[in-house]
Write a protein that binds this ligand. Sequence first.
Ligand code: NDP
Length: 238
Amino acid sequence: MKNDQSSKICLVTGASSGIGYAIARALAAEGHTVIVTARRQERLQELDAPNTLLIPGDLTDPHFQQQVVQTMFDTYGRCDYLFNCAGTIEAGSINDIDIDKMADMIRLNVEATFRLTYLVLKRFITQGFGHVINLSSVMGTKVRPTAGAYAATKFAMEALSEALRMELAGTPVKISCIEPGLVMTELHKDWDVHPKESMGIHHPLTVDNIVDTVKFIMQQPEHVRIPKLMILPGDHQI
Ligand code: NDP
């Protein structure tokens, strides 16, 4: 089936803050229907946008994921875009890193994201269209000391996406990874020293820069694929 409808059905995870929130807002402002999910319902409510369905919950729960996808298809009958924005970062030296929090990160960034991607891709293949857009990171292409586990989660996302792109070649279903450098969001809110300071990045990216990247990817013609797109602040050195 070909989907020519201009108003898209978009599932956005991690939509209660940062990049996911900005993407959800921008999509709703452009007249698309947005299914938003994250744990904090009150923060999802702040979106206050038309054509938005809030489904609060913990994405690391596979039953919750099933519920989100089922509700979306029961309500709208299709899905055009999955934005995998839910993610967290746990970093620290060998002696300092919190291993339980590191495991939680792996559960969300890798297991939950992979589960949802497969769940939705099966639907995309059945319906004959759909596009997965993953929020990877520049750290999906390189590592740095203390952030190896986080980088590993993003390398995992990149590896899965590339293999899936190969599986999907010749079909209308698309998969892309956006690889941002530092973006000002709540991701580093608990850090003693913000990476802005430690990495000397005086002009980090804004969520609007990521929204523009998303729009660029969405504007591409049917035959074009953007498997990965890196976006960095001008003063990002490593
Ligand atoms: P934020 O911390 O601002 O947002 C993270 C989102 O993930 C929140 O909406 C949070 O919602 C959600 N989330 C966390 N845990 C869970 C969970 N268990 N179940 C459901 N949702 C959850 O971070 P960003 O917007 O910066 O990050 C978005 C993505 O972009 C991440 O994957 C991150 O790795 C990536 N990225 C970020 C960069 C940056 O510098 N900011 C750079 C490169 C990539 P809630 O707490 O309500 O559940």
